[in-house]
Design a protein around this ligand. Sequence first.
Ligand SMILES: Cc1ncc(C[n+]2csc(CCOP(=O)(O)OP(=O)(O)O)c2C)c(N)n1
Ligand code: SF4
Ligand SMILES: [Mg+2]
Length: 283
Amino acid sequence: MPRMERQVDLLAKYFKPAELPTQWCSGCGCGIVSQALIRAIDRTGIDPDRFAFVTGIGCNGFIPRYLNFNELHVTHGRAPAYATGLKLARPELEIILIQGDGDCAAIGGNHFIHAARRNINLTAIVSNNFIYGRTGGQYGPTTFPGDFATTAPYGLIEPAFDLCRMAEAAGATYVARGTVYHAVQLITLIEKGIRHKGFSFIEIITQCPTNYGRRNRAKMGATGVEMMKWQKEHAVSIEKARSMSEEDLRDKILVGTFVDQKKMPEYVEQYEKVRQMASGEVQ
Ligand SMILES: Cc1ncc(C[n+]2csc(CCOP(=O)(O)OP(=O)(O)O)c2C)c(N)n1
Ligand code: SF4
Ligand SMILES: [Mg+2]
């Protein structure tokens, strides 16, 4: 099928036309994240009805509102907890968490690290726009020191979390980072995350022109295009980074697959064994 027709076909298959247009600002990265997501899902060949999104609160948490999938839109930061319950009750579902940086690592940090530690078979997709976009631009745990936010008018004095290092340290068995600029690579990273058995974490570097870009235009630009140019210029593959100095890497963002580990037991399978022992089905 020609590329254009295929594009229309994907949109018709996975988007809800009645919900469009989206409420996102012009130049926001949420649209590219949505596209990458449906393309990755489409590539797996898994029946769309077997997917369920569990989403937090925030602009990125709204992505599934426009998509034609099962969805639980839950309380701020609690997507991993709801997803854990859903996965234990319905292990056959492919559950995808859609969260923002604040949702995942601030209010939801506790839930996030324990889902990773258990290695439960969920795919967490976390859009990192370095800010609380939805609520007007407060700084969060991934905002860089020196950045400006409504709550940091003189520049932020806190260091930032590296979400991928946090996911890895907590026990996630698939950890990757992409950017919305590198959209083709992003589809592959998400697809691998969905196929991985265990807790998968994919961080997507994206842009919030309205609440981050405008206040940090000197650093990253203020429009979607300028901010994606920043992503292009600052992303370095993990492989290339190995031959670069610490100094050269200081303002860079590493992209690629950090962890892809298949040996750790998966939580739902372990839980099922316990259930069988407790019910006397096996000794
Ligand atoms: C318990 C609770 N506290 C605070 C809020 C307000 N709130 C909604 S979204 C949000 C931050 C969203 O930021 P992020 O997760 O980075 O998502 P983005 O909007 O940037 O995609 C906050 C603080 C809330 N809805 N519930
Ligand atoms: S506030 Fe930021 S994250 Fe939210 S829709 Fe607008 S540009 Fe996107
Ligand atoms: Mg955010």
